[in-house]
Ligand binder design. Structure first.
Ligand code: FMN
Length: 166
């Protein structure tokens, strides 16, 4: 059976997720991209996974630096989430004006996020048009706020009004 790309997107979009911004620092430049392909993998050792598009600027940067940080984004960080999904100068030259600090790896940690997970790349696997990157957690912390939910290709700003599936 051949799978239609529209069907693939529509059906997979019925899986509600949170939204992250995955960041790294490579050769003194900051990189970041909005991502919802993120999951917890293992507690011992502590491992998480992300999927990075083969053509993404961040893919080469994560490969080069060997580190990345997953920032769990809050509902009041929509502007940052939108900016990190673009490819313009606001992102590449100004890091979307995001306030940030660092912890263990040097990857930027975005202030005001619901949590962050600072990782060293432990393995990569081919995943079609994406690369699956396994990260060994070096440091992590949770914050306060409400999660940003992504469902059916939309950000859900009012969880009481989540549209029903179709
Ligand atoms: C809600 C949302 C989720 C996304 N999830 C991913 C993802 O998991 N992996 C990915 O490679 N791109 C994902 N993208 C697309 C990237 O954010 C986008 O292609 C970005 O411009 C890549 O930036 P870069 O080329 O600077 O790395 C997502 C976009 C949105 C809006």
């Amino acid at each position: 059976m051949t799978v239609d790309s529209g069907d693939f997107r529509r059906v997979l979009g019925h899986f509600a997720t949170g939204v992250t911004v995955v960041t790294t620092r490579f050769e003194e430049r900051l990189y970041g991209f909005t991502a919802n392909a993120f999951m917890s993998i293992s507690l011992d050792p502590p491992l998480i996974a992300i999927a990075v598009g083969n053509g993404n600027a961040s893919r080469a940067a994560i490969e080069g630096s060997g580190v990345f940080c997953v920032n769990l984004m809050a509902r009041d960080q929509m502007d940052l989430v939108r900016c990190f999904a673009t490819n313009g100068p606001e992102k590449y030259e100004h890091f979307c004006a995001a306030n940030h600090h660092t912890a263990m790896t040097g990857a930027p940690i975005i202030e005001g996020s619901l949590g962050w997970i600072d990782c060293r790349v432990s393995a990569t696997y081919p995943g079609g048009d994406h690369q699956i990157v396994l990260g060994e957690v070096q440091a992590l912390e949770s914050g306060v706020g409400q999660p940003l939910i992504y469902y059916r290709a939309r950000y859900v700003l009012n969880p009481r009004k989540i549209p029903s599936g179709s």
